[in-house]
Design a protein around this ligand. Structure first.
Ligand SMILES: Cc1cc2nc3c(=O)[nH]c(=O)nc-3n(C[C@@H](O)[C@@H](O)[C@H](O)COP(=O)(O)OP(=O)(O)OC[C@H]3O[C@@H](n4cnc5c(N)ncnc54)[C@H](O)[C@@H]3O)c2cc1C
Length: 282
């Protein structure tokens, strides 16, 4: 492994100092499930700032309007959290389907975002909610939508002295949600395609829809095309050929004539159907 110096700060201010003073490539270490693999391939030594000692980054909180959690919150915490289960089941389900129990115990949602894989399972669920990250350095803080900071495969717009402190999304009264993914026949396989769907209804008719897809484009994205196909439908006919055809069209639009397009155009129908079934069968 190509590791330079190793630091284990005890406060957030210490993290800021370590990141801003470093003259060498430096990476934040959270659960390490992606970073350790990266260090094996790193061409030059990478300094490590291990943030696991900072307990204030491990909490999940809610107030009247929003749900927030810190950057050391793991998949396991999210899948078990009453706050998440009460407000947004799609995120809990996405976390529960990641890797293996060991990966879910160690891996964090923020690491999943920062690694910026097209197939990151928690990210479609967060993008569907327009979730934001709090980006911080010794010079200040700013909130940005996750969909806006992801800039391509393994590319996130963070300066070398910045880290993510928190994730937050607004509560949507009456939201019901589901998540589905298709992977290889192996519990440790990452998604070949995934989708998160959230709906709000009034008198059995959908008044608001939020849909985001993963492993279709360089980063998960919100599909307004599928959302428009859902709004106005009654729940009795929501799982219909016409909605699933629109999902297929949304994927075709993104993938063009890529080799995976014929498979994914069909697979997305199963993913959207399963996510909607999650919602209807609760
Ligand atoms: C066997 C295996 C199976 C897996 N299966 C799945 C799966 O099914 N679905 C899936 O989505 N993923 C899967 N993953 C990947 C998943 O574990 C990671 O994406 C994980 O979420 C990364 O979080 P971490 O805490 O381990 O981050 P780390 O590995 O510690 O960090 C990952 C990257 O994020 C950066 N980073 C971490 N925290 C911050 C922060 N606060 N601010 C700024 N940058 C930060 C690090 O510097 C690094 O670049 C799997 C991984 C393995 C090894």
């Amino acid at each position: 492994m190509n590791v330079g110096s190793y630091f284990r700060p005890q406060t957030i201010e210490e993290i800021y100092e370590l990141l801003s003073n470093s003259k060498q490539p430096t990476k934040v270490l959270a659960g390490g499930t992606d970073l350790i693999l990266h260090l094996h391939k790193a061409p030059e030594p990478v300094n490590i700032v291990d943030i696991r000692g900072i307990d204030q980054l491990r909490s999940i909180e809610e107030d009247e309007d929003k749900v927030s959690f810190g950057s050391m919150v793991t998949f396991n915490q999210i899948q078990m959290s009453k706050i998440i289960l009460d407000n947004y089941k799609a995120l809990a389900k996405a976390a529960s389907l990641v890797g293996s129990p060991q990966i879910r115990n160690q891996g964090t949602i923020v690491g999943n975002i920062a690694n910026a894989s097209p197939a990151a399972d928690s990210v479609p669920a967060l993008v569907a909610m327009d979730a934001e990250v709090l980006i911080a350095s010794k010079y200040g803080q700013r909130w940005e939508r996750i969909e806006d900071v992801l800039k391509g495969i393994n590319n996130i717009s963070l300066a070398s002295d910045e880290l993510i402190l928190e994730v937050s999304f607004k509560k949507i009264p009456g939201l019901r949600s589901g998540f589905a993914k298709l992977g290889r026949r192996n519990a440790l396989a990452i998604s070949r395609i995934s989708g998160a769907v959230g709906i709000v209804t009034n008198n059995n008719f959908i008044t608001e829809a939020r849909v985001a897809l993963g492993a279709v484009a360089p980063n998960p994205f919100r599909s307004h095309l599928i959302e428009q196909a859902l709004v106005g439908r009654s729940l009795d006919e929501v799982i219909s050929d016409s909605v699933l055809e629109v999902a297929s069209l949304a994927v075709a639009e993104k993938l063009g004539n890529r080799a995976s397009a014929p498979y994914k155009r069909q697979a997305i129908k199963g993913v959207v159907r399963q996510a909607l079934e999650d919602i209807l069968h609760v």
